[in-house]
Design a protein around this ligand. Structure first.
Ligand SMILES: [Zn+2]
Length: 177
């Protein structure tokens, strides 16, 4: 079972092959990938991230532990904004403190909830279904998030999907769901 270093390094090293594969698919299968420098730089990040992302489903994995505080803070901030509109005490600082108190509770729920709701290790998160979802989100990020062309977005989706699938191959278990 490869560890964090092996998964990330495998992504770092094999990216040229993903670029080659995209080029071949564009030339021979007519898939309209646009391999601009911008698309390839973003694609590299998505590919290498994808090469470790499936281990999100393991509570001890670095990617899981690294994502957890981000999820907790995002949820805590959202709960704070919800509470700030509803709490009105005599002084503004009292309202802010109280709203952040509620927000911090939300963050703690996010902290434990993130681990609790994650499917079991090497379950559905380690599947081609999730590789496809990750690839699709990466594709959407292109034209809709970053306003780059559809062909560049297609390459981002391809890079993300390929990096994720590389992880499944190294784990020795490529399943559909
Ligand atoms: Zn894995």
């Amino acid at each position: 079972m490869p560890n964090y270093d092996a998964h990330v390094l495998s992504g770092i090293i094999t990216y040229p092959l993903a670029v080659a594969l995209a080029g071949i698919l564009a030339d021979y299968a007519g898939i309209p990938f646009k391999l601009t420098s911008m698309a390839m730089v973003l694609g590299y990040a998505l590919y290498v991230l994808g090469a470790d992302l499936p281990d999100m489903d393991h509570p001890n994995a670095l990617i899981h532990r690294g994502t957890k505080p981000i999820v907790a803070v995002l949820l805590g901030s959202a709960v704070y904004m919800w509470a700030a509109e509803r709490i009105h005490l005599s002084q503004p600082w009292m309202s802010q403190t109280a709203a952040w108190g509620v927000g911090a509770v939300g963050a703690v729920v996010g902290w434990y909830g993130f681990t609790a709701v994650m499917p079991r290790h090497r379950g559905v998160v380690h599947s081609l279904l999730f590789a496809t979802i990750y690839g699709f989100l990466a594709f959407l990020l292109g034209p809709y998030g970053l306003h780059i062309s559809t062909g560049e977005g297609l390459f981002l989706g391809f890079s993300a999907f390929s990096g994720y699938t590389l992880h499944l191959i190294l784990d020795g278990s490529v399943k559909l769901i």
